[in-house]
Write a protein that binds this ligand. Sequence first.
Ligand SMILES: Nc1nc2c(ncn2[C@@H]2O[C@H](COP(=O)(O)OP(=O)(O)OP(=O)(O)O)[C@@H](O)[C@H]2O)c(=O)[nH]1
Ligand SMILES: [Mg+2]
Length: 283
Amino acid sequence: MNNHIHWYPGHIAKAERELKEKLKQVDLILEIYDARIPYSGAYQNSDKLTNNKTKIILMNKSDLADDIKTKIWVKKIEDKFNCPCILTTTKNQKDTKIIIDKILDQSKPLFEKLKSKGLLERPVRVMVIGMPNVGKSSVINKLTKTSKTKTGAKAGVTRNQQWVRVHPKIELLDTPGIIPSIQDDQLKALKLAMVNSISENAYDNEYTAEHLLKILDKYYGIQTRAYYNLEKDEPLTIENIAYKRNWIIKGQKPDIVRCSQFILTNFRDGKIGKITLDEPEDF
Ligand SMILES: Nc1nc2c(ncn2[C@@H]2O[C@H](COP(=O)(O)OP(=O)(O)OP(=O)(O)O)[C@@H](O)[C@H]2O)c(=O)[nH]1
Ligand SMILES: [Mg+2]
């Protein structure tokens, strides 16, 4: 298989068109990142796409990311975009009030403008955007404490926009995940594959798992070896992990196919530990 990743399906092109069409109705942007890839999972041209509308960034899936690196990333993102950046996880409700309060706070100019024009106050309209599978719909469901929007552990679950009232003064617009039309940075694309942000038809599991192990070896070598019961001087390879589990196929070869999928799933489920794939000092 050619290992070059290119994924820009028709439904994403459509999602981007529809997003632009809706902008006029929208007051505020809630942009969601995956905290494990705060650089690779950020849509680089999102400000251009949203006409530089006021935004709040949520670093979601923080329960799966490295706490120390996440703190540094939050500061970095706030400085770069000059906007609030809030750590979130849909695993608990602790940050719900923080998100709601921040949206209301950022909406003050809108409410004041309506008042000064003698218009009736209306809910602020917030568009939720982000790469596929970062948790846009899950965050909305969490804020409403319902399952009004559909969620799922693969890219491209939301196919249509949907307005949801999450507070008497706040309406959120759920949108399908978007991704740049050209993946010119292949390492970024690989990291999107690692966190399950692109369709599994678009990448090779073995190649992706191999690169994931390289990153884990460099920054999380001890804990990854411990998780797979490897000695500290044993190379962190798919083969070694397969041998350790006794996953052998015909010809006494390690079962690379099964083991690659296993490693990717372990990482995605947070089994290896809290891991961040983008290093703050590299960007
Ligand atoms: N561990 C963890 N899982 C999360 C979190 N938020 C969402 N998920 C899971 O991530 C997967 C994707 O969530 P969705 O809410 O469907 O993501 P989305 O951004 O709406 O995805 P698309 O609609 O496909 O663009 C689901 O399996 C969620 O349960 C989180 O904070 N922590
Ligand atoms: Mg969704």
